[in-house]
Ligand binder design. Sequence first.
Ligand SMILES: [Zn+2]
Length: 202
Amino acid sequence: METNNSFKEIMKESAKDRYRSVLKRFPEINEDEIEIGYDFSTPYACIGCYNDTSKGDTVLKFIVLVGPFFFELFDDGEKEAVIAHELGHYIYKKNHDSSKTERLLDEFEQLESYYKRKNSEEKIIITYSDKEKRRIKEIQDLYNTYEIYADNEAVKRGYGKQKLSALEKIVKKHYDYLDQMSKEAVKARIERLKAMEEKLGI
Ligand SMILES: [Zn+2]
């Protein structure tokens, strides 16, 4: 019963209306291009796309997905900043060909989950080869560029402070849950936002 109610609350809260004020700060995004929805398997938030069949077979629609920790961890301002960051990813996708980045990130995820499985099933610690290390560094750099772009978009729309405190909360409370890629990136992103805060008074 309680679960049901809180699920309803979450659905209500994740509705697009709730975040219309964020969308308003992105005049280049037409509200019809994007949806906001809940996905229990997304920890914080991400951007995905699906075929909007209500408008014919092949109309691709983007959706910002928010998950359980989004509601558990962030206050209202931080939630808006996180949505703004995801909209930043959307703008990047619109203006760049990000298929290479996505393919490389998929590759990394497969490699990481393969090693995780090996570690837990066979109880052996496997270390990356030099070639894999170089590859991972290349992917990490791409991932950082991607995240920094989205952070910059959130800052430009006036959410710098809130984005910084959202990231600080993740590090403080969930650092161990993060995958290796995010661990490497998140502290650098915090330092970067702090420096911007000092310089520009964001
Ligand atoms: Zn991101």
